[in-house]
Ligand binder design. Structure first.
Ligand SMILES: Nc1ncnc2[nH]cnc12
Ligand SMILES: [Zn+2]
Length: 347
């Protein structure tokens, strides 16, 4: 434990978890679209959705694995048409993030879900970016964008997507890899990630969510990613755990997502504590909060209770989220100072 972490009474831990500053590094903005907003956008855009009501849609959020979720998630995103829609979606998320004391968010978006329906890349990125700019100005939350390639599509399509996005290169900081993992290993995208690296983009990839430790190895060695999204299957491979610890490769872990997608049978079975005990730079994130029943503080509070974590791990997770973020060192130091202040207030 860091020497500057004061003792925290157990009854004060929930308030500390809620109030401490934190960074969110694994949030799919399309996964923040609440059913109420889906219905409002469907109405204003004249898009029909195969659910009678908000309640009817929410009832469908019972998933058995990643694919069963993705099918409904892509259907939900079909209501997004205008730049204002993309702004409204991101703004709703950023307001919730600010309420959870998220000081910084690195936000994934899936452009191919939209360009395939005839929505222009410009519409997607400009709407999201405007929300990020406004969040800094009015909420004091810094936010940046990471463009994700859909791994169930081809590398050729990923290259085309990159080409479409390059005129807006200054509006996103990196690229990621998401969607159906098993059967679509990282190496399928080695060339497009090499190109993104040449362009100076940050690189991340989902790996080891449902897929094997081998996918984490190839994300590291062939894609040369700087962070692994999820990575919870890594505990099955001691040599991989040693590599992640040695190179301080962050894992953006999403406990409620893992529960809802049946990666772990119960939250109490989650391996977040084991990842921290092994010295990994693990972080807590919400993934697709509108679908998985919780934003950042829900993830922290429910997981800490279920797996019996304490103040030392709270400090570590917040500090890890700052270390793992793609911002400069002075900003990281400023957030660490605010973290110390929050702990001092709750001691
Ligand atoms: N948890 C997840 N895994 C892979 N792709 C995703 N897209 C949105 N959420 C995802
Ligand atoms: Zn994800």
């Amino acid at each position: 434990m860091n020497a500057s972490v004061p003792p925290i009474a157990p009854e004060r831990l929930p308030a500390l978890l809620a109030a401490m500053p934190k960074a969110e590094l694994h949030i799919h903005i399309e996964g923040s679209l609440e059913p109420e907003l889906i219905f409002a956008m469907a109405r204003r855009n004249g898009v029909s959705i195969p659910y009678a009501s908000v309640e009817d849609l929410r009832r469908a959020y019972a998933f058995s694995n990643l694919q069963s979720f993705l099918d409904i998630y892509y259907a939900g995103a079909s209501v997004l048409i205008t730049e204002q829609d993309f702004f409204d979606m991101a703004w709703a998320y950023l307001e919730k993030a600010a309420a959870d004391h998220v000081v910084h968010a690195e936000i994934f978006f899936d452009p191919q879900t939209h360009t395939a329906r005839g929505v222009a890349m410009d519409t997607v990125i400009r709407g999201l970016h405007r929300a990020c700019t406004q969040a800094q100005a009015t909420l004091g939350v810094s936010a940046s964008l990471i463009l994700c390639f859909l791994r169930h599509l081809s590398e050729e399509e990923a290259f085309q997507t990159l080409e479409q996005a390059l005129p807006l290169r200054d509006l996103f900081i990196g690229v990621g890899l998401d969607s159906s993992e098993v059967g679509h290993p990282p190496e399928k995208f080695a060339r497009v990630f090499a190109r993104c690296r040449e362009l100076g983009l940050h690189l991340v990839a989902h790996a080891g969510e449902e897929g094997p430790p081998a996918y984490v190895w190839t994300a590291l060695d062939l894609l040369r990613v700087e962070r692994i999204d999820h990575g919870v299957q890594s505990t099955r491979d001691p040599a991989l755990m040693a590599r992640l610890a040695k190179d301080r490769i962050p894992l953006t872990v999403c406990p409620l997502s893992n529960l809802k997608l049946c990666v772990f049978p119960r939250l109490a079975d989650h391996n977040l504590g084991a990842l921290l005990d092994a010295g990994l730079v693990a972080t807590v994130n919400s993934d697709d909060p509108a679908y998985f029943g919780g934003y950042m503080n829900d993830n922290f509070l429910q997981t800490f209770q279920a797996v019996n974590l304490h103040a030392a791990q709270a400090w570590q997770l917040a500090a890890n989220s700052f270390e793992a973020s793609f911002v400069d060192a002075p900003l990281k130091r400023a957030w660490r100072d605010r973290l110390e202040e929050a702990f001092a207030r709750h001691a």
